[in-house]
Design a protein around this ligand. Sequence first.
Ligand SMILES: C[S@@+](CC[C@H](N)C(=O)[O-])C[C@H]1O[C@@H](n2cnc3c(N)ncnc32)[C@H](O)[C@@H]1O
Length: 296
Amino acid sequence: MIGYLAAEGFEEELARELGAPHERHGRLFLAPGPERSAAWAANVWRTPVRLEVRSIADAAAQLRALQRNWALYSARDHRRAALIDARLPHVSAKPIAPFSPLPAAPLGSFTLLDRDTVLASADCASPFPHGEVRFVEDHEGPPSRAYLKLWELFTLSGRWPAPGERVVDLGAAPGGWTWVLASLGCRVLSVDKAPLDPRVAALPNVEHRTQSAFALDPAEVGPIDWLFSDVICYPKRLLGLVERWLAAGNVRNFACTIKFQGETDHETATRFAAIEGARLRHLSHNRHELTWTRLA
Ligand SMILES: C[S@@+](CC[C@H](N)C(=O)[O-])C[C@H]1O[C@@H](n2cnc3c(N)ncnc32)[C@H](O)[C@@H]1O
């Protein structure tokens, strides 16, 4: 069995992704192994085991015998679960700085399946409790909160553009992503039908074009190190855009937000995931959207 913790509010999306059979406990889904890629999972419990526990103290002792650090995912018997949690070593939930190394200490997850049964996974995919990454926010520089999505993607993947690299930011306004990229020392071509925040537009390494992202010609732009898109559009339209840039062969790395309006377009998400070398995931700063990347 493998455990998949759904991103909050996207349980139905994850259920569909995993298919049958699966067992569900709140946001936690248990499905037969081996581990599968699941875009809507915020965390994956790789080694879940059932522990029969005689008491709160016994539960804490059994967990501590497995390893030191644990995050409680509480789906029922909340008070008892909290009392077990209180007997475990404190795990820091302090916000981190962007671009910092990921926490190295293993972090397990546990839940109570019933009063006397703990489900515990010592090995989890995310080093953050429930896959939630919290940053020390910048309330001065960026003109929108969208910058947190890029900070999260870069910090989790350990990859970001180097100073001097040429990047294109589609759907850039008001300029949160462009601000991040300019702060990294990139040469940014930002494109949006709307203007950038004047403070971002005035940055020396930013060029803004007020036009549709779909009208930008890859051949005219030439070779670029990264293509970013946070354009609000139907997923199918974004797929067409990505396919055009892929076919042009001028882009080393892609990072795009697929935004869903109303129903989740699973079919298009599957087509994005099937692109060679691609990764599709729900970041903790994503709303009803997925982040698609294809990194060199
Ligand atoms: C979520 S906002 C982007 C936020 C931005 N990444 C930031 O960090 O501030 C989506 C943007 O897509 C833009 N947009 C929608 N359709 C577009 C199109 N066809 N071409 C370019 N931009 C478009 C909107 O004007 C809007 O600024």
